[in-house]
Design a protein around this ligand. Structure first.
Ligand code: NZQ
Ligand code: ZN
Length: 390
C-alpha cells in the first residue's frame, strides 16, 4: 500500500425527511444563498422543503440563485459570484446534482478572491491557487458524481470549450443532506448516467495495477457489485427506497477519497471524456461509457493483473484462459452499460473518425499528455483509445 494522508470533513445526514435538519445544520444568523439548477427542484418540491427548513431555528436571510446548467459554466457562476459579493452572503447552500454542487464550490472560492483577480486561475491551477472559500452545504438530488462528499469541481468555459477540474481542501462541503426520496423524479437517462459515473469512478481508482491494498480492493469490488445488482432496479423501480438509498450511498463512497487512499489512480477515462463533453455536449456519464471499455482494451497488457482480479471478483469469471477471462470481463462491462441504455460507441453519438483530431488537440491544449496511473498515456495512445471507441 502506498503512503497516504486522508481526511474527509464532510458530515453526511442521510435518509428520508432529513432536509428538515437544515434548520440546525445552516448557521442560525447566516446570510444564505441557495443555488440551484434549471428548475427540477422547484417542480419536485425539494426547494419548498429547503425554504421551510431555513425559515426555522434562526434569523437567516435567504436569497436564491437559479439557472446553474448541467456542466456548469464559468459565465453563469461569475454572475453568482457578483451576487454573493453584493449581498454579503456568508453561507452557500447547493440544491441539486453534481453541476450545482461543483458550481457552488467554485463560487465559494471565487467570491473571496480580490475582485481584480481572474477567477479562471482557479481552473488553470487545478485549485492549487485557492487559499480560502466561503462555507457551503449541499442537498443532493442526483447520485452520480460524489461531489457531495469531495473537494472537487469541474467547470466549463463556454466561450473557449474548456472543461477543467479543481480540487482544494477549502471546498469540501461542511455537510450534505442525502434524502433518497428526492431522486424519485429523476429522468431515467440521468439515473443511468449516474450509475455509469459512479461505476467508472470506482474503476479509475481500482483498475490500475496491484498495490497490496487489500481493503481498498475489496471495498471497490463491493461497490462495483452493488451497482451491478441494483442498476436495473434503479431504472425499473424508481420509487424503491431501498434501491435508491443504496445507489445514493454507493455513489458517494465511490468518490469520497476512501477507496482511493493508498492506491494508484488512473483518471484517463475522465480526462478524455471531459473533452467529449466540451466539444460535443455529450452527458458526462455517457462519455465515460464510451471511453472506458476502449481504454481497458487498449491498456489490457498494462492492466492485466487487475483485469484478471476484476473478472474473477466482480463478474465471477474463473473459467478459460487469461485472454478469455479478460475478454469476457470487458464484454460484461460494456453489456452492463448498454443494459442501462447508455451507448458505448462514438457512432451512437453521430461521431466518426473525423472527430478524433480535434479531441486529441484539446487534450494537448489542456496539458493532458501524460495520463493514466503510470503517466504513460500519450496523445498517441489517447488517439488509439478514441479509435477503439468508434
Ligand atoms: O438543472 P435541473 O433542472 O435541476 O435538472 C438537472 C439536470 O438537468 C436534473 N436533475 C437533477 N436532480 C433531479 C433532476 N431532475 C429531476 N429530479 C431530480 N431529483 O439532472 C440533470 C443533470 O444534472 P447534473 O447536475 O448536470 O448531473 P450530474 O450530477 O451527473 O453532474 C455532472 C457534472 O459533474 C461533473 C461532471 O463533469 C459534470 O459537469 N463531475 C463532478 C465530479 C466531482 N465534483 O467530483 C466528478 C465527476 O467525475 C464529474 O466530472
Ligand atoms: Zn465522473
Amino acid at each position: 500500500m502506498q503512503n497516504f494522508d486522508f481526511q474527509n470533513p464532510t458530515r453526511i445526514v442521510f435518509g428520508e425527511g432529513t432536509i428538515a435538519q437544515l434548520s440546525t445544520l445552516v448557521p442560525p444568523a447566516a446570510q444564505v444563498l441557495v443555488l440551484y439548477g434549471g428548475g427540477s427542484v422547484t417542480r419536485n418540491g425539494t426547494l419548498d422543503q429547503v425554504r421551510a427548513a431555513l425559515a426555522e431555528g434562526g434569523t437567516r436571510t435567504v436569497h436564491e440563485f437559479a439557472g446553474i446548467e448541467p456542466n456548469p459554466s464559468f459565465e453563469t457562476l461569475m454572475r453568482a459570484v457578483a451576487e454573493v459579493r453584493e449581498r454579503r452572503i456568508d453561507f452557500l447552500l447547493a440544491v441539486g446534482g453534481g453541476s450545482v454542487i461543483d458550481g457552488t464550490k467554485f463560487v465559494a472560492a471565487a467570491a473571496l478572491l480580490p475582485p481584480e483577480e481572474d477567477a479562471w486561475t482557479i481552473l488553470q491551477t487545478h485549485g492549487r491557487s485557492i487559499t480560502r472559500a466561503l462555507p457551503l452545504g449541499t442537498v443532493l438530488t442526483l447520485p452520480a458524481t460524489g461531489s457531495e462528499m469531495n473537494s472537487g469541481g469541474v467547470i466549463t468555459r463556454r466561450a473557449t470549450h474548456d472543461k477543467l477540474g479543481f480540487m482544494s481542501p477549502h471546498t469540501f462541503p461542511r455537510f450534505s443532506v442525502l434524502d433518497p426520496t428526492r431522486t424519485y423524479t429523476l429522468p431515467l437517462r440521468q439515473v443511468a448516467n449516474g450509475i455509469v459515473d459512479a461505476y467508472v469512478h470506482i474503476m479509475e481508482q481500482y483498475l490500475t495495477y496491484p498495490a497490496d491494498a487489500m481493503v481498498q480492493d475489496r471495498l471497490a469490488e463491493g461497490l462495483l457489485r452493488t451497482l451491478v445488482d441494483i442498476g436495473p432496479r434503479a431504472l425499473s423501480e424508481p420509487q424503491n427506497y431501498a434501491i435508491r438509498a443504496n445507489f445514493m450511498w454507493t455513489a458517494t463512497l465511490a468518490l469520497n477519497g476512501l477507496i482511493g487512499a493508498g492506491v494508484p489512480q488512473d483518471w484517463a477515462t475522465h480526462m478524455i471524456g471531459h473533452e467529449l463533453t466540451a466539444l460535443h455536449g455529450i452527458d458526462h456519464g455517457r462519455t465515460l461509457a464510451v471511453v472506458l471499455p476502449a481504454l481497458l482494451q487498449v491498456r489490457r497488457d498494462a492492466k492485466r493483473l487487475k483485469l484478471l482480479q476484476y473478472a474473477e471478483r466482480v463478474w465471477d469469471l474463473r473459467e478459460g484462459s487469461e485472454e478469455e477471462r479478460i475478454d469476457a470481463a470487458l464484454a460484461r462491462t460494456r453489456a452492463f452499460f448498454e443494459s442501462l441504455e447508455v451507448p458505448t460507441h462514438l457512432s451512437a453519438y453521430q461521431l466518426d473518425a473525423s472527430a478524433i483530431d480535434p479531441l486529441v488537440a484539446q487534450l494537448e491544449k489542456h496539458g493532458m499528455t501524460r495520463l493514466g496511473e503510470r503517466r504513460d498515456i500519450t496523445p498517441a495512445i489517447s488517439r488509439s483509445i478514441l479509435e477503439a471507441a468508434l
